[in-house]
Design a protein around this ligand. Structure first.
Ligand code: ADP
Ligand code: MG
Length: 735
């Protein structure tokens, strides 16, 4: 039921003055079909031409103590890099018709040096200051402009939009000026036809500006403040609708499905905790009480447990599993790889055996279900599961195959969640009545991102490491220093240290990979590490073979384990306290952090040695690459250096994940389609945490009050959801 006013907005762009059918075709190629599309084609940047001063005027202002910002249009006449103590600084001289101005950079010197070239014109903005009688701006904002543009600058006293002009438009002779005119015409004639897309209550509550004001100011800001408010409104709206869909989904799950209401029946759990050789951390206890609360309630649990590598998630999972067992349920633990499933089964069986010594209650049976087991063995296990002879079932995703029939599944734990897609998670919940679900992730995801990707889950975070840990020492070295590092490894081996020696996967082909691994291995054995016992693990091995090598390593039959595959996530070898990563610049940041997590799991000092060919990274002063100061162009250039130095600087997985996110962008981390991560037009998932949280709370509150969007104040939302989000609504079932 669109109103007539709104309908006009759906007409073709060709009716806008100076567009016509030909140009409309080109617009269509870049996704602009209707007048509405054109109105929502927002500028990619603005130039503030409100306070444009000549150099001479700016000098006068600065002498009189002016402390606002100004823009000066000037030409580069000279540039110079200088050493200031141990640091390099950059000074660029500009001039306009009235005088000179100098700009200074302390960060990103190399990059900015390449940006400013003699004879180029720039609009430089910042706070003009006087330094030794010279007019100066430190770290100005700037825009490179053409000589003609310098003229229009001096006339306009406004904030001017710049639109992205794809080649399809350029071909039809649409440039900055003409596109600006076309869009301006569309706004002036039709913007008032837009109907508000947020309820008045929400606009007031969150102090947002209305849609029409926001659109106008996104194009031609009346002031910087209004431009900020326009952006804020669109970010809020974008996240509000996204979170609304999440809230609807979660609400459906929680209200339509009834879970198992468990109790603490016996002292099984408290007895188990007494058998542990360590005390649980506060964080582990907190998380456990959150999980327990869910399990004891009737609502099905759907919880994400995040904790850095080595923070002790397995114990938390096991205790939760014991609560389910205590209530007569079966419980399943799914690991991403067979070797990890096997390790979990071994550790858990060991702990259950210790428990059996003090517990007189019923015997708890652990069963490991893997691919490649003998048929008779497998059948036995399947029947154990069906008859509930097995209480704790551990395996890979194979445990959720059709043939596996649980008698009474009460809790599913998924380890290393980031390896599983969102869809798989949904499929699991169809086994059993409505089992509780706990997913665990060692890739700490920044909060806003997890809120969006896993928005229908509740969160628990272990943010504390067991007390006995000593922080891992991480160093970055050029390849030339390998000989002395080998010597270090040999010395440390005498103290009982073991070492992982990792090479990146050399080739896509496993055959070549195998060859490379063997070459490294043979070479080390014959040369640098000839007196040590070396093991080899690579991608061509079956999981059983890998398992065997890992167990031998754990058994100290090797001092050094040479590996070309990334050593399995989660593997626990207490005496392996050195990890050397060759060609470290070829690994992703989270991958490096995961690898580092293989060491430092005991009370000895552990070392992570990153070896790189990346000369810049190996030499660069770490402070030069402070992420917050880098422009996107610099980021691109120094990505591998930033990755490596972030590893040296930070041990905290959350910090690392945040940096990784900045470097790669969310789309890259959660390959958009499969992860269900939505593309965002306005919101920056890293920088806009506050507004995301605000929008989320608002959306969830609304669904709590009006789950079916039937009330009056929800009418706007309902209409807008159906109109613009219909493809996302299939699961939400509100329309
Ligand atoms: P992750 O969170 O990476 O899965 P694990 O559960 O494998 O970590 O735990 C890593 C190691 O720390 C294991 O050897 C585990 O027994 C030990 N651990 C767990 N909790 C504690 C604790 N509170 N104090 C000391 N050691 C602990
Ligand atoms: Mg683990």
């Amino acid at each position: 039921m669109k109103s007539e006013k709104e309908n006009i907005l759906e007409s073709s762009v060709q009716y806008i003055k100076s567009v016509g059918p030909k140009r409309a075709e080109s617009f269509s190629k870049i996704g602009i079909n209707t007048i509405r599309d054109l109105i929502f084609y927002f500028p990619s940047r603005h130039l503030d031409r409100t306070t444009v001063l000549t150099a001479a005027k700016a000098y006068g202002y600065a002498m009189n103590g002016y402390d606002g910002e100004a823009t000066i249009i000037a030409k580069v006449v000279d540039k110079e890099k200088r050493n200031l103590g141990r640091k390099e600084i950059l000074k660029v001289q500009f001039r306009d018709s009235s005088g000179f101005i100098e700009c200074v950079w302390f960060q990103g010197v190399k990059y900015f040096y390449s940006v400013f070239n003699e004879g180029d014109y720039f609009a430089i903005s910042g706070k003009p200051e006087i330094n030794y009688n010279k007019l100066q701006i430190v770290h100005p904002d700037f825009d490179k402009i053409t000589e003609e543009e310098t003229q229009s600058f001096l006339i306009t006293g406004k904030i001017i939009p710049f639109y992205r002009i794809p080649k399809e438009l350029k071909q039809k002779n649409i440039g900055d000026l003409s596109l600006r005119r076309i869009i301006n015409t569309a706004i002036e004639s039709y913007v008032d036809n837009l109907e508000e897309t947020l309820p008045q209550e929400i606009i007031e509550q969150h102090k947002l500006i209305d849609l029409i004001t926001a659109v106008k100011n996104y194009h031609y800001p009346e002031s910087k403040e209004l431009f900020e408010q326009a952006k804020r409104r669109f970010k809020f709206e974008e996240m509000f609708y996204l979170e609304l869909l999440v809230a609807i989904k979660k609400n459906n799950y929680q209200t339509k499905l009834i879970g198992n209401k468990m109790e603490i029946k016996t002292n099984l759990v408290s007895d188990f905790i007494k058998t542990l050789p360590f005390e649980l951390t506060h964080s582990q206890l907190n998380v456990l009480s959150e999980i327990k609360k869910d399990m004891l309630s009737e609502k099905p649990m759907n919880r994400l447990l995040q904790g850095d590598v080595g923070s002790g998630k397995t114990i938390v999972a096991l205790i939760s599993m014991l609560i389910a067992v205590d209530n007569g349920f079966q419980t399943a633990l799914m690991a991403p790889t067979e070797i990890l499933a096997d390790q979990h089964a071994k550790n858990i069986s060991e702990m259950i055996n210790k428990l059996a010594l003090v517990q007189k209650g019923k015997e708890i049976k652990v069963s490991l279900l893997l691919g490649g087991q003998k048929k008779s063995e497998r059948n036995q296990k399947l029947s154990d599961i069906e008859l509930q002879e097995a209480d704790i079932i551990i395996g890979t995703h194979a445990i959720f195959e059709e043939q596996v029939k649980f008698n009474n599944l009460g809790l599913i734990v998924i380890d290393e969640q980031h390896r599983f897609g969102v869809k798989q998670r949904a499929a699991l919940q169809s086994k059993g009545k409505t089992p509780d679900v706990l997913v665990m992730s060692a890739t700490p995801i920044p909060r806003t991102l997890s809120m969006t990707v896993y928005g229908d889950l509740d969160f628990s975070v272990i943010n504390e490491m067991p007390k006995n840990r000593i922080p891992i020492k991480t160093v970055l070295r050029g390849e030339k220093r390998l000989p002395e590092i080998y010597k270090f490894i040999i010395d440390k081996t005498k103290e009982g240290y073991q070492t992982f020696l990792v090479y990146p996967l050399v080739e896509e082909s496993e055959k070549l990979d195998l060859k490379a691994a063997t070459t490294f291995y043979e070479d080390l054995k014959e040369n640098h590490l000839q007196n040590l016992k070396l093991g080899l693990i690579h991608g061509r091995m079956s999981w059983q073979e890998k398992e065997e090598v890992m167990l031998m390593f754990k058994d100290k039959q090797f001092d050094v384990l040479v590996s070309t595959t990334v050593i399995e996530v989660g593997i626990d070898i207490p005496d392996a306290n050195i990890i050397l990563i060759n060609d470290a610049h070829r690994f992703g940041l989270s991958q490096l952090h995961q690898l580092r997590g293989r060491v430092g799991r005991s009370n000895k000092q552990a070392y992570c040695i990153l070896i790189t060919k990346d000369e810049i990274a190996a030499k660069q002063n770490a402070n030069e690459l402070e992420l917050d100061y880098l422009s996107s162009v610099q980021l691109e250039k120094y990505k591998s250096s930033v990755r490596l130095q972030s590893m040296v600087k930070h041990l905290d997985g959350f910090k690392i994940a945040e940096i990784d996110l900045k470097l790669r962008g969310p789309g890259d981390i959660f390959g958009t389609k499969q992860s269900g991560f939505p593309e965002l037009k306005y919101t920056n998932i890293v920088e806009d945490q506050e507004i995301i949280l605000e929008a989320k709370q608002s959306a969830f509150k609304l669904i709590e009050v009006d789950p079916k969007l039937e009330k009056n104040f929800s009418a706007v939302i309902r209409k807008n959801l159906i109109k613009h989000y219909s493809e996302n609504l299939s699961y939400a079932k509100i329309a």
